[in-house]
Design a protein around this ligand. Structure first.
Ligand SMILES: C[S@@+](CC[C@H](N)C(=O)[O-])C[C@H]1O[C@@H](n2cnc3c(N)ncnc32)[C@H](O)[C@@H]1O
Length: 256
């Protein structure tokens, strides 16, 4: 085993995270710059340091993928989601089972809640939001954001659902209460079934083709018939038929 292979094997034993399912060149680049900053000389040298210092392990867990997110990220896609996917779904039923996977600091599930609140009473909205990273989930539960994360949010929603204090925006408890955050590893943990909508954006880009293939299959199985998978704007799925999906609009895939 080379240095990197030894590292990923040890990290899996220590944290359950399987780095072999993440694109190797990209992951090596991120981790090399991280370990060089901490004056380690190799992956295994870095691993030994992680075992000695909890804060280094935490830093690794926080940084092995990017956590950047924002409300209404790629705004035109959220408008399509509302008008062409959610409105027709809501004509047929008055509550939807929704999962925002790899939700980072919560902007996506909260965007979803604010969109749904235009059509449904808040008590009918319940969204599961998951991520592998405890630190981002803690931040998501707090619901406190800076200007940058809100830059795409429509003004009427900003006014209705946020309180501004000393440079920060505090999300209303009403919206916060519609989302349940849980730790979940997309590559290892079981999925629930019968979803009307799965939002999983800007995380497939990190995974190997083998991991993506397995994930598309599992996500398709988790959707009910007619349910939709919403992916990131660089994450087109090919061979949709082999997963039982059809592309209903770019970046929206419907379970057949
Ligand atoms: C770039 S952010 C995307 C956030 C949000 N979905 C968006 O598009 O704005 C990627 C997120 O994927 C999470 N992630 C990485 N690997 C994961 C895995 N195996 N299971 C679940 N989440 C994962 C990271 O912790 C990070 O919060």
């Amino acid at each position: 085993m080379n240095d990197y292979e030894q590292f990923i094997s040890n990290i899996k034993k220590k944290t359950r995270i399987d780095l072999s399912l993440y694109k190797e060149a990209q992951m090596k680049r991120r981790l090399t710059s991280l370990y060089q900053k901490r004056h380690a000389s190799s992956f295994m040298d870095f691993y030994r340091a992680l075992c000695e210092k909890d804060e280094l392990l935490q830093e690794f867990l926080d940084r092995f993928t990017l956590n950047v997110s924002e409300f209404y990220r790629n705004r035109s896609k959220w408008i399509e989601l509302e008008e062409q996917i959610l409105v027709p779904m809501l004509k047929k039923k008055h509550s939807l089972k929704i999962w925002c996977a790899a939700c980072s600091t919560g902007e996506e599930p909260y965007t979803m809640a604010m969109i749904l609140a235009q059509f449904l009473p808040l008590k009918n909205i319940r969204i599961l939001a998951t991520d592998i990273d405890d630190t981002v989930l803690k931040k998501a539960r707090k619901g406190v954001y800076g200007e940058r994360e809100l830059q795409e949010l429509p003004l009427h929603m900003k006014i209705k659902y946020f309180t501004y204090r000393e440079g920060l925006y505090y999300l209303s408890e009403d919206i916060k209460n519609t989302v349940v955050f849980k730790k979940h590893d997309l590559l290892q943990d079981p999925f629930q079934n019968n979803y009307d909508l799965i939002v999983c954006r800007n995380v497939f880009i990190y995974f190997t083709d083998v991991a993506k293939h397995a994930l598309y299959e599992k996500m398709s199985q988790s959707l009910k018939k007619g349910g939709v998978l919403f992916v990131g704007s660089t994450e087109q799925i090919f061979n949709t038929g082999s997963y039982g999906l059809t592309c209903s609009l770019p970046f929206f895939y419907r379970k057949e």
